[in-house]
Ligand binder design. Structure first.
Ligand SMILES: [Zn+2]
Length: 231
């Protein structure tokens, strides 16, 4: 079997999803160089980080953990493109596992009760075939040994929060985008919300609105990337 795999990799070499160089047999999805040099935010080491500031006065978040910092035309953008549009869900899971491992090693994830990915609208889910945030959350959950549950949050509106231009419009449109199912089970729980890219924070704000009546609820946020410069 490994002979066949080696033979196939001569004809169809696997390439790094970030820089396109040919991967060695022991490398998965990204080459060693990219794995070590991709721009991590390391926000889990900074209490008062730039993403926390995005949510000041809007959403109380216990932790804000984006894995990468997004740079336009950079390697992170290439990874996100592959994850979103090229059916690379296993890449999302792999990155989730890397992120989770780093959080776990610092002992930051012990009091998380459940991981909830930001859902896609069912029409979008049907056309894409998978939810990239859910696959990232899956890898993250596996590496921190916490349960993932996609059944708590439903996207009821088929609108994009990304396209809203100003803050006023965002406030008008985020209410009612998500609906919390089985809210009673979430009393006094610590939820780790998971999204792919956080930019304006509007999506997270909308999700927070769906949870806001729940007593004793604590929210944290993890994402593949934070696009600070696009705001
Ligand atoms: Zn590479």
């Amino acid at each position: 079997m490994s002979f066949i795999n080696d033979f196939l990799s001569l004809i169809y070499p696997r390439r790094c999803e970030a820089c396109e160089s040919i991967l060695f047999a022991h490398e998965h999805f990204v080459c060693n160089h990219c794995r070590l040099s991709l721009p991590r935010s390391n926000y889990h080491l900074l209490a008062d980080n730039e993403l926390q500031k995005v949510f000041y006065g809007r959403v109380p978040l216990a932790n804000t953990w984006p894995y990468f910092l997004f740079e336009k035309s950079g390697k992170v953008q290439r990874l996100l493109h592959a994850i979103k549009y090229e059916d690379q869900k296993e890449l999302a899971r792999y990155i989730g596992a890397m992120h989770g491992k780093e959080l776990f090693q610092k002992g930051l994830t012990e009091n998380i009760d459940v991981i909830i990915p930001i859902p896609l609208h069912k029409k979008k889910l049907k056309s894409r075939g998978y939810n990239q945030s859910e696959w990232f959350a899956k890898g993250l959950g596996e590496s921190i040994s916490k349960p993932l549950d996609s059944g708590y949050l439903e996207r009821t509106a088929f609108t994009s929060t990304q396209t809203r231009k100003n803050k006023y419009q965002r406030w008008e449109n985020v209410e009612g985008i998500f609906k919390c199912l089985r809210p009673d089970e979430l009393t006094n729980k610590h939820i780790l919300l998971v999204d792919d890219v956080v930019t304006t924070g509007a999506t997270i704000e909308a999700a927070h609105l769906a949870f806001k009546e729940i007593e004793g609820l604590k929210l944290s946020l993890a994402s593949i990337a934070f696009a600070a410069k696009l705001r």
